[in-house]
Design a protein. Sequence first.
Length: 274
Amino acid sequence: MPKKIIQIIKKASKEQSATISSQDRGFNYGDGFFTTAKVQDGQVVHWPLHRMRLIECAMRLGFSELDFVQLESEITDYIATTALGVLKIVVTRGSGGRGYGLPELPQSLIILSQLPFPASYPLLAQQGIKLAISTVQLASQPLFAGLKTLNRLEQVMIKQAMAHQTCDDVIVLDYNNFVIETSAANIVAINKGCVFSPNLKNCGIRGVYLQSLCDKLPVQFIDMTLEELQQMEAVFICNSLMGIVPVTAINNIKYELSTSVALLEDLLLKESAC
């Protein structure tokens, strides 16, 4: 049975708070998932892909089917007057159950919140981004690989470590020393007319923007070392808010911004002409 939305956060601000049970499983166990979307002119950008993400997360985590008729209606009303912003959709399994055991009749909780659009993103898209290497590595867990669950403590530690580095973002490796992603984005690279992205079969998040790029270009997902990434002709990072941003440096390795942009535009143009 589809579950009912039982709470909406109308506006994110210091003065406003939401009442969520201290027994909520999302709060206690990270038992839930979320997606973060760009809102432009009262519309969720790439909504079909965000919808697919929510469906996949619910299915793989054993949640009841979500009521998208109600959810989409609530979202439409909620963002109708938003010219540019961020919509975050958080889904938890609600309260109940003994310990880790599931409730007999789970009552999912869906929370919508709006946030300001990051002011730095348009500038990053124009100037490119500089990356360092994170000192924190990702553990392997194929059960959750690709999903955006509420268990984000690794990312918290990555951001904490990044505060002591001089960079815009960091490349994160797994414990096999393969490149996975950055702290908040997927990685895409171009070499000899082909597009590559790190394999996410064991960990990492398969982002909405990355999926949209896969619909336009033949992206090859490979086990990629840092050395292999640095040898690519062009490197980009992408997520649903910033879009795709060229990388101008990985530590001391430099990339020409105009060359990277031209390589990507050329590939997109060729594919669109096919």
